[in-house]
Design a protein around this ligand. Sequence first.
Ligand code: FAD
Length: 571
Amino acid sequence: MTEKYETHEHDVLIIGAGGAGLRAAIEALGQGANVGVVCKSLLGKAHTVMAEGGIAAAMANVDQSDDWRTHFRDTMRGGKFLNNWRMAQIHAQESPERVRELEQWGALFDRTSDGNILQRAFGGHTFKRLCHVGDRTGLEMIRTLQDRGVHMGFDVYMECAITRLLKDGERIAGAFGYWRENGRFIVFKAKSVVIATGGIGKAWRITSNSWEYTGDGMALAYDAGAELMDMEFVQFHPTGMVWPPGVQGILVTEAVRGEGGILTNNDGDRFMQRYDPEKMELSTRDVVARAIYTEAKEGRGTEHGGAYLDISHKPAEYVKKKLPSMYHQFRELADVDITKGPMEVGPTCHYMMGGIRVEAETAQTNVPGLFAAGEAAAGLHGANRLGGNSLSDLLVFGRRAGLSAAEYANSLAAPVIDEAQVNDATREMLEPFERSSGESPYDVHSDLQEAMQNYVGIFRNEEDLKRGLDELETLKQRGSNVRVEGSRLFNPGWQLARDLKSLRTVSEAVALAALERKESRGAHSRIDYPDYDEQWSKLNNIIARDGDTMKLSHAPITDMPSELKQIIEQE
Ligand SMILES: Cc1cc2nc3c(=O)[nH]c(=O)nc-3n(C[C@H](O)[C@H](O)[C@H](O)COP(=O)(O)OP(=O)(O)OC[C@H]3O[C@@H](n4cnc5c(N)ncnc54)[C@H](O)[C@@H]3O)c2cc1C
């Protein structure tokens, strides 16, 4: 099948304009590369803009005893030691510099009384470590990176969705996609590609993620031959809105607990005393999410099946200043004044620790010329991410991915675009319009979300996971037979028909890896294997494509150098 398409050529193509993609673009531009940035929605609308609580960096502005070693130790402990220790080390060492850089580029953070960047407490962090701008940190970060990148001169392709990576033999050659506005196809020819497409939250029914987070980058990379790692580790944030139904899942930032918010059940019991008496509400997210879920399941939940989160003991003006978005969110969406009474909250699918397997130093995948950073990449967070460590991840590894992609591109001649691959990608996109019958993509998506919510959720067991995999197999057949009506102009049903392919790939990878890991660790809780297993503490699950089959193998975690071991062992 042939159809006219436009072609654009870049040294480095970046897919995704969140914090990771923008930071990568800035670095690649700084190396003299010609850079294109593609995003599925408008520039500035990536998930990063929604980030509320802050950026974790051991700057020691508030707690002077903080340093990179403590941040490294907290990150490894939070990740239950499955983290790529080298990534955790680089992240802890480089985050402060990346935040200072952001400030030099114009980011205006909240301040200490002596004029330094203010830092707040967050779950799992020993010290007050999160640099923030009220509860709108992501907005400031995106604004700053965008201004800098646009000023330096990257080309932006907005409302443009990539549906396939193109290859020239083994190496990456670019990407194929379409303009959502007019439905026309577009080919990018690029020497290197950085995947920065964020997470996969739309695979679950209750989620804090927006429509764009369908796991495209992970699925595109997998199809192109890249490995996925630790896909079983999906973070369910403890506090999403539970009421009214239309807003279920929308995030209630951890900053509420960071600022002193208290969790109680329907009996008025501060139940975290029973789950983590030492850290209480500031325990790690996996522990708090399971605690709220258990309270509700055992009949001690709120009217709508959650827990109460209360910050109204703090002065109203303080709450409005430190948590302005939460104040407005509850006022407008739930008719609740959080300065006067509690919020109702419950777990919501939030973040993907697993993702594309990359090298720590370069963010390079096993496919030559393909790099990945941010939430789409795996390694840094291990079995559970600490709040605030994503925004710093984007800055640290976004920068490294941009640098490596530019260096790689610098050493090579332009690749060749294979027309057969373009034609196949075109055919795949047009098929849903050409079927005379078929299901609605919305029905298939809704059933997929239900299957993942019910069988691959917070608590898992073998029977449910096998059932989930069976359902996904059926959904695979149904998903490849969906029919789309209407024109190609801004057709969200058409977009969803394509998104279903990514959703099915990442969902299968999550369920398969979850079935394989026969232990409970971090965000992965197996009712049938409730304890840690020493053997599993040394293994990452790796998923790769073998023809049309998903193949799972184990990769041993390399031993940490003794100086890092010493840091971990310190109290
Ligand atoms: C409500 C909320 C609050 C949060 N608060 C915090 C916080 O306080 N601190 C913290 O550390 N973390 C926080 N997080 C997590 C953090 O915001 C995300 O993990 C992070 O922003 C992801 O950044 P990213 O650059 O990897 O991707 P994103 O910011 O998710 O951007 C992905 C980009 O990829 C594009 N894209 C996706 N698919 C395609 C495709 N097929 N073709 C073209 N483009 C595509 C999208 O359009 C978008 O531009 C929060 C998350 C949410 C949802």
